[in-house]
Design a protein around this ligand. Structure first.
Ligand code: 5RP
Length: 211
């Protein structure tokens, strides 16, 4: 585990610990930074009710630590959602989905009262777009969406041998102009066949903790 990811996770944990109770349900993202967070959180598992997960990978780790997991459909509220990012801009816009879990991550983030991002310094950029933008697509729409993305100036690449937890495919897109992240997030999601894209701008994190 990277020291930088542990430090960012510890800061987020220190932020939420005084605010959680036995009734608190936390939302848990996906990725190597979140894995550090889960490990730190596990030592406090008796101080909150449980978690809602954003991926099968995180659920497996959560189960290993014997932390109670709930389905999002079965809880009334999620207090804090903690997740990593592939890129973080100065304006707190994110690119996520390197692990292909961004659709479920965006849902749990939206359903949470507060969105906390944990990202080491390597994730911070002046403008989003060096990291290829992941777009989750219905299998039947992959080529159509790719053509539409080319029409927008992007270079799409099909993520080989990868199916999301929701049963869809991912295209990773380079060369898009992401100078207006919110507008692009909305525009891409308006293409029929797109499930969701990895820009997190409509719902930005409330807090960002780094190393
Ligand atoms: C998964 C994600 C992750 O948050 C993102 O890829 C960052 O991962 P890591 O902490 O391993 O760098 O969006 O879909």
């Amino acid at each position: 585990m990277s020291e930088a990811k542990i430090r960012a996770s510890q800061k987020a944990l220190d932020f939420i610990l005084p605010k959680i109770t036995q009734q608190t349900v936390l939302g848990i993202g996906t990725g190597s930074t979140v894995n550090c967070f889960i490990e730190l959180l596990a030592t406090h598992k008796n101080t909150f009710k449980g978690v809602v997960s954003s991926s099968k990978a995180s659920s497996d780790l959560i189960a290993n630590y014997d932390i109670e997991e709930f389905e999002l459909n079965d809880v009334n509220s999620v207090s804090f959602y903690i997740d990593g990012a592939d890129e973080v801009s100065m304006e707190k816009d994110l690119i996520k989905g390197g692990g292909g879990a961004h659709t479920r991550e965006k849902i749990v983030a939206a359903a949470s009262e507060s969105f906390i991002c944990i990202a080491d310094q390597s994730k911070f950029v002046d403008q989003l777009g060096q990291f290829p933008l992941p777009i989750e697509v219905a299998k039947v729409a992959r080529s159509y969406v790719s053509r539409r993305i080319v029409g927008m100036g992007g270079l799409p690449e099909f993520r080989q041998n990868f199916i999301t937890d929701l049963g869809n495919q991912i295209i990773d897109v380079r060369e898009l102009d992401i100078s207006n992240p919110k507008e692009l997030e909305i525009k891409i999601n308006a293409i029929p066949g797109v499930i969701d894209n990895g820009i997190f701008s409509i719902n930005k994190p409330n807090e960002i903790f780094s190393d």
